[in-house]
Design a protein around this ligand. Structure first.
Ligand code: ADP
Length: 796
């Protein structure tokens, strides 16, 4: 059953072998589409054409055969209904997405419209198509923007956002086309796992869509695909309910770790990604806590708390990684620099940070279900996507999703000037140069967009600019819509906009802003100037930022300002990769204007990027087995909920009472009772299993004591535990039934509350933040333990 999980996927190393740049093969199809001239056709006739191809699709004509006609229709209707006539390059992108490819299209090339072509075609079968947007605001905006096209063509469209109720969600998912973020769709999928009535399901499980993945999906087009499929892929979505007690001595341990000394009591791993106790530190902790050997099985919880507390103390920085707000901890998103809604750190780290800051430790509830975004996306039998930056991650996309990248040429050539980076010895000189550069550009009237790495940095820069007499817009808006409105005006004459790098992603920046008359002037001034104040860990983030300027063949400029004191350079000791630095007398120089040094720096960053992605890949292997089990159990539960699976646990396991009750209440009611009990115990055991697994992940280091491979051991423990819960589910069902009193049964089955088997009255959803991800601590734990153990052995 698990064989396929262990199949090591082919590792593809040469990007150019897998990225397609040549779009020639699509041209004959584009030509055929162009040959269908519908400009004189009456509206009623166009509608009839759509009805006609829809019924063909339903009757089984392949979508490939219908493509040309469908695309020609969309093109004509788009022109009439929203005033945009899709360019040939958008048609090519549309065909490639229908083929299940990921298209790279530069920012501003019109991805939203390009997606409508494959979305319409694939929605014709009535099985539902999802457009997975970057945020809630874009789900709403894009659905409304494209609605006239779909509705004219006889298809329904809906969108889902966070605060919608169940009925509205059902309505949206039952539409032919649904615009929704992957997170919302994923949370809904998790909520469906807790339903006790079929009519409460929000996704289309019961409409014949069920496929082998245990999913209920058909086709998705992912917007800003690299962000979701790579950057966020490993983030688990979590649904929790009920309350369980938290670990008690967090505060004591946080105080204890405050007094431990770095370098003496604990040490850091390479690049400072992890921290672990030294022998000396271990002894000190054992002494203070008077707990005996910290590595004894009964101290496991304390050991985990100490490790988490150290992590919280050293590796999570207040006002950078999180802020303390409303007497609680709120996580700052590393990509957007904004406070991330509903985010928690995994496995005890969140509580450790709460204890470190001495705020109230929030109950985290019991995890009832969880799925990582990557696995959620894999539930779609057909996936495609679009983004401005896919090429650098083409390897990973192929490896993880088996998806190919096609680079679509821009409609008009890009004439943006990407200036060489400006490199400085220290931050002081860099920041001074940034202010000077903004001043220079701004006095000309040229609009400038400054991309920083955090809200805090944005605000610091804004103060400096104000002191220089430059007023600017700072993006620290609380919601995506406000942010979108500000960003949309960043191209206005003389505008200075300061924002974190990813803010307002997906929003169009028009030169001249809303005033068409200013467009010409801004173009003459050189278009939008994008200034980056840091190198980013991901090369794609940098490209995205540059891509804000020079859209649709318009002029634009971009330049990055970097200093050797920047966090990225220090953290990864990138100067190691810059041997030419030695050749210059840098100490007395403010700016390092040396091309070879700058290219060495970029090479170093690429090496680091590869290194990080290798680590993630390794650690990710700890999730495969659990995901496969999850699929099996979800499918099983869904079969029971929808009545597809016939139950026979009670007739076999509690035959006498079953027969007696059947006689008393009738078969229909007893079947209902069995269904209710079964659904409950599947959830209960699965929740217990998830909690057990998170405990195993924390304690897998014990395996090292026995010199075994932790991954093998983890997998065999997980499989054995899974087999146990499968058996436990049946046992629990029978036991519950045996103790069931007659009074608890009525027309509706069991009085669940009275019997204490009701689902939690409230559940909540959150994301587990990827950084630090729950597995990244494993090597440190293992290393710490190995060293401690070998230290002990050598002492003995
Ligand atoms: P992207 O997501 O690729 O950055 P958008 O979908 O936001 O781009 O579109 C960018 C801009 O291009 C929008 O203002 C849109 O109206 C315009 N646009 C898109 N397609 C066309 C077209 N075929 N003709 C004219 N304008 C278009």
């Amino acid at each position: 059953m698990f064989k396929k999980l262990f199949k090591i996927k082919d590792v593809i190393t040469r990007i150019n072998d897998i990225v397609e740049y040549n779009t020639e093969k699509y041209k004959p199809i584009v030509k055929e589409i162009n040959n269908i001239d519908l400009s004189d056709v009456a509206e009623e006739k166009l509608k009839a054409m759509s009805t006609n191809i829809k019924s063909k699709a339903i009757q089984g004509t392949s979508l490939d055969e219908l493509l040309i006609q469908a695309f020609a229709l969309v093109r004509e209707v788009s022109k009439r209904k929203i005033g945009l006539y899709p360019y040939d390059v958008q048609i090519i992108a549309g065909i490639a997405m229908h083929e299940g490819k990921l298209v790279e299209m530069k920012t501003g090339e019109g991805k939203t419209l390009a997606a409508v072509l494959p979305v319409y075609l694939n929605a014709l079968t009535g099985k539902g198509v999802h457009v997975l947007t970057f945020n809630d605001y874009l789900a709403y905006r894009d659905a409304e923007w494209m609605r006239p096209i779909y509705e004219f063509l006889g298809l329904t469209v809906g969108h889902v956002i966070e605060d919608m109720n169940k009925t509205k969600r059902q309505e949206a998912y039952n539409s032919d086309i649904t615009y929704v973020t992957a997170k919302e769709a994923g949370f809904d999928y998790l909520r469906d796992f807790l339903c006790i009535k079929e009519q409460d399901l929000v996704h289309r499980h019961s409409r014949g869509n069920s496929n082998n993945n245990g999913g209920c999906f058909n086709f998705a087009v992912i917007d800003e695909a690299d962000s979701l499929m790579i950057d966020e892929a490993r983030i688990p979505l979590v649904i929790a309910g009920k309350i369980n007690s938290h670990r008690s001595n967090r505060y004591e341990i946080a105080n204890l770790t405050k007094n431990l000394q770095a370098g003496e009591d604990y040490e850091f791993e390479q690049y400072g990604n992890n921290v672990y106790l030294t022998d000396k530190g271990l002894e000190r902790v054992e002494q203070i806590l008077a707990c005996g050997n910290l590595y004894d099985a009964h101290n496991l919880e304390t050991l985990t708390s100490v490790n988490c507390a150290l992590y919280a103390k050293e590796l999570l920085v207040r006002d950078k990684d999180y802020v303390v707000k409303n007497s609680g901890i709120e996580i700052v998103d590393e990509y957007t620099g904004r406070i991330a809604d509903k985010r928690k750190w995994p496995d005890g780290i969140h509580e450790a940070v709460e204890a470190k800051e001495n705020v109230c430790i929030q109950e985290k509830g019991e995890i009832m279900g969880s799925i990582a975004l990557q696995y959620f996306l894999e539930l779609y039998p057909k996936l495609s996507g679009m983004t401005g930056t896919a090429v650098t991650v083409a390897n990973e996309l192929k490896e993880i999703y088996g998806i190919d990248v096609l680079v679509i040429p821009s409609n008009k050539p890009c004439i943006r000037k990407d200036h060489t980076d400006a490199l400085f010895v220290d931050r002081y000189n860099k920041e001074r140069a940034i202010v000077n550069e903004i001043y220079r550009v701004h006095t000309k009237g040229q609009p400038i967009l400054v991309g920083t790495s955090s809200v805090e940095e944005s605000e610091r820069l804004a103060v400096r600019l104000n002191n220089t007499g430059i007023s600017c817009n700072v993006l620290n808006a609380k919601n995506d819509e406000m942010e979108a409105q500000i960003i949309a005006q960043a191209g206005s004459l003389g505008a200075v906009t300061v924002s974190t790098n990813m803010a307002g992603r997906g929003v169009d920046i028009k030169l001249g802003g809303s005033d068409e008359r200013d467009k010409e002037r801004v173009m003459l001034l050189g278009g939008l100037y994008v200034l980056g104040t840091n190198l980013f860990e991901s090369i794609r983030v940098e490209k995205q930022l540059r891509g804000r300027a020079g859209r649709q063949g318009e002029p634009g400029e971009s330049r990055f300002f970097i200093s050797l004191e920047d966090e990225l350079i220090r953290k990864y000791e990138l100067v190691r990769y810059m041997p030419s630095l030695k050749n210059i007398d840098s100490v007395n120089k403010e700016a390092i204007q040396n091309i070879s040094i700058i290219s060495e720096l970029h090479r170093g960053r690429k090496i680091i990027e590869g290194y990080n992605s290798d680590i993630r890949r390794q650690l990710w292997k700890y999730t495969y087995v659990i995901e496969e089990q999850r699929r099996i159990i979800y499918k099983k539960r869904l079969g029971i909920l929808t009545g597809i699976t016939q139950l026979n646990t009670l007739s076999k396991g509690a035959t006498e009472k079953y027969q007696y009750f059947k006689h008393l209440f009738g078969e229909r009611i007893i079947n209902k009772v069995e269904k209710q009990i079964t659904l409950y115990y599947i959830n209960k055991n699965w929740a217990q299993y998830l909690n057990y697994i998170s405990y195993i992940r924390e304690s897998i280091h014990l395996v090292v004591l026995g010199k075994k491979n932790p991954l093998d051991e983890f997998n065999s423990i997980a499989m054995a535990a899974y087999m146990d819960i499968i058996a436990d589910i049946d046992k629990d069902i029978v036991n519950k039934f045996i103790e069931l009193s007659i009074e608890s049964i009525n027309e509706n089955g069991i009085d669940l509350k009275r019997e204490g088997i009701n689902m939690p009255s409230s559940t909540w959803t959150y994301l587990i933040t990827d950084n630090p991800d729950q597995f990244s601590r494993l090597p440190a734990l293992i290393k710490g333990i190995t060293e401690a153990v070998s230290g002990r052995l050598s002492k003995a």
